[in-house]
Design a protein. Structure first.
Length: 325
């Protein structure tokens, strides 16, 4: 949820310029720590369409069984609801799969932030032995045998099918996966009736308890790193520490980054259980209890907890014009 101390904030969220309808800020609650998602972003529709096809393409995996959509089901909040996802050959992954929705609004990719862009991120799952277990030569060879892909890539990219053009198409599609027009965004834009009094109270508590210290901005998170266990030792209490639990330390080797992770977005938290990099929190109640103890050093009573959960249910917006919640 949040914490009163920020460990690292190395970059700002970069967003494609908003549409004209978003520029009417006369009613926008600009003083709020959360900002609405742009209603539209400027992307090449042909690349979005090709990227969507690739996103659902099992030939990206070595055994032709796993697609991006396998772990990031768009009909299920952009994730698979497993503690750890299953990859090629039935292998079990090391961390919980975060939602792909609004991933283009995150300042870094992966829980440990090792990828700077969505394009960079794609190398990870395609090559990881516990995920797609493939390689670019293998993937390119398969796609070059498919006339529909050869035609689409030739039309859009002078270089045809390459690792760079594949990544560009998929990343372009992923950037299209925004969920604008949530009830809370409507509230931020001036519609005071868009959320209930209980939901407004939940938002006030979300700020008062300090959750908003880490969960703010357009993506209600996703724009900073934070140590998991600021106020108490999360990993000692949980036990069975794994390499994945080392977090950003695995990337930098810096002791200061031990147990540090990219703060997750809460935009679709109401739809994407289980929670945390290790998937240990099965419900929002459990997630709030853990964050209160380990990040805030506080206790949140049941009444306040339920009000905060009501607020979180105002955050999912729409995809392709249809409400996600």
């Amino acid at each position: 949820m949040g914490t009163a101390r920020v460990h690292t904030n190395t970059a700002a969220v970069t967003v494609v310029p908003v549409s004209a309808s978003d520029e009417d800020t006369g009613k926008l609650e600009s003083a709020e720590p959360i900002q609405p998602i742009p209603l539209t972003i400027a992307l090449d529709p042909a690349k979005v369409a090709l990227g969507e096809k690739l996103f659902n393409e099992t030939r990206l995996s070595h055994d032709n069984t796993i697609a991006c959509a396998t772990c990031h089901d768009l009909a299920s909040g952009g994730t698979d609801h497993l503690i750890h996802s299953l990859g090629s050959g039935g292998a079990t992954g090391d961390v919980n799969s975060p939602t792909v929705f609004n991933s283009g609004l995150n300042f870094r990719q992966f829980w440990d932030g090792r990828a700077a862009t969505l394009e960079d991120q794609i190398d990870g799952p395609t090559h990881h032995p516990k995920e797609m277990n493939s390689s670019w030569p293998e993937i390119i060879g398969k796609l070059n045998q498919a006339p529909d892909y050869v035609s689409a890539f030739t039309h859009l990219y002078p270089d045809g099918i390459t690792s760079l053009t594949i990544k560009d198409a998929i990343a372009t599609f992923e950037r299209s996966l925004i969920t604008p027009n949530s009830r809370f965004d409507k509230f931020l834009r001036g519609d005071k009736q868009a959320i209930t009094n209980d939901e407004k109270a939940g938002y006030a508590l979300f700020k008062e308890y300090g959750c908003v210290a880490c969960h703010q901005g357009i993506n209600v998170g996703g724009n900073m790193f934070q140590v998991l266990g600021v106020m108490a030792d999360y990993f000692k209490d949980r036990g069975n520490e794994t390499k994945a639990d080392l977090g950003r330390f695995n990337v930098t080797g810096d002791q200061a980054d031990l147990h540090t992770f990219r703060v997750p977005s809460l935009r679709l938290a109401a739809l994407t259980a289980p929670y945390f990099h290790d998937g240990t929190a099965k419900t929002l109640e459990q997630a709030i209890d853990a964050m209160a103890k380990y990040q805030l050093g506080r206790y949140i009573n049941d009444r306040d907890k339920q009000l905060i959960i009501k607020f979180l249910h105002t955050l999912p917006g729409e995809y392709k014009g249809k409400p996600l919640l």
